[in-house]
Write a protein that binds this ligand. Structure first.
Ligand code: ATP
Length: 221
């Protein structure tokens, strides 16, 4: 049974760092990567762009590039269950129910997300549901001293070969082989606000969309 790779995020907006790590995962594991945008948080306005706009930007970023797919699980669930917060653990349970207990599933994250894992809802259940593929990220050292609770949860899970993700349904960790990427959505939004050089951080069609829709305070010059 093949491996399924999901890449969850807010993508507010999707930037070249996101695309680089999605491509690196696809190429390292030779498996399609499914980019899975988070739904808007319930009971408050979307912070930047709304879910439909974030999805539209993702579609522009991915285009018809082979091995990069969009996944609507969290957006569809939010439509079915308005007002219910969307947690990764719920998404993984939904995928598990659809794909069966033997299907290998991997969740792609940046190192900052892995370091923050103990703050995720029901985080203890995550490794029973999926593998994690981890991309290094500036400012989030994986080699340093980890929170002891996290260190214990990660113990014995690191895989030295991609094969480990294909031979078990969940529970292993793989380090992505990819150069560090500086981009962050926070920096993109801050640069737009400050009238800084933000367009080079994004795929050109996404920058055009932001200008066209005047997102994040962008104004066409
Ligand atoms: P923000 O700056 O608003 O927190 P972000 O740039 O981290 O946004 P998200 O949509 O929150 O973007 O990220 C989705 C996933 O991609 C997370 O797991 C995050 O760690 C990872 N990620 C984002 N940018 C990078 C990057 N430059 N290098 C490695 N991982 C990244």
């Amino acid at each position: 049974m093949g491996l399924r790779i999901y890449y969850g995020g807010t993508f507010d907006p999707v930037h070249l760092g996101h695309l680089a790590i999605a491509r690196a995962a696809r190429d390292q594991l030779q498996v399609a990567v499914r980019l899975l945008p988070a739904a808007d948080p319930p009971h408050r306005a979307a912070p930047g762009a709304d879910a439909a706009q974030r999805l539209a930007m993702l579609a522009l970023a991915v285009g018809d590039e082979p091995g990069l797919l969009l996944d609507r699980h969290e957006l569809d669930r939010a439509e079915r269950q308005p007002g219910v917060p969307s947690y990764t653990v719920d998404t993984l349970r939904e995928l598990r129910a659809e794909l069966g207990p033997r299907q290998p599933i991997a969740w792609l994250v940046g190192a900052d997300s892995l370091l923050a894992l103990p703050s995720w809802h029901e985080w203890g259940a995550l490794f029973e549901l999926a593998h994690f593929i981890v991309a290094d990220r500036p400012g989030s050292p994986l080699a340093g001293t980890l929170d002891p609770v996290l260190a214990k949860a990660l113990e014995g899970r690191w895989a030295s070969h991609e094969r480990a993700l294909f031979t078990a349904p969940a529970g292993r960790l793989l380090r992505l082989q990819a150069p560090l990427r500086e981009e962050s959505a926070t920096a993109v939004r801050a640069q737009i606000q400050a009238d800084g050089p933000w367009q080079a951080l994004l795929p050109a069609p996404v920058a055009d969309y932001i200008l066209g829709h005047r997102l994040y305070g962008a104004t066409p010059s």
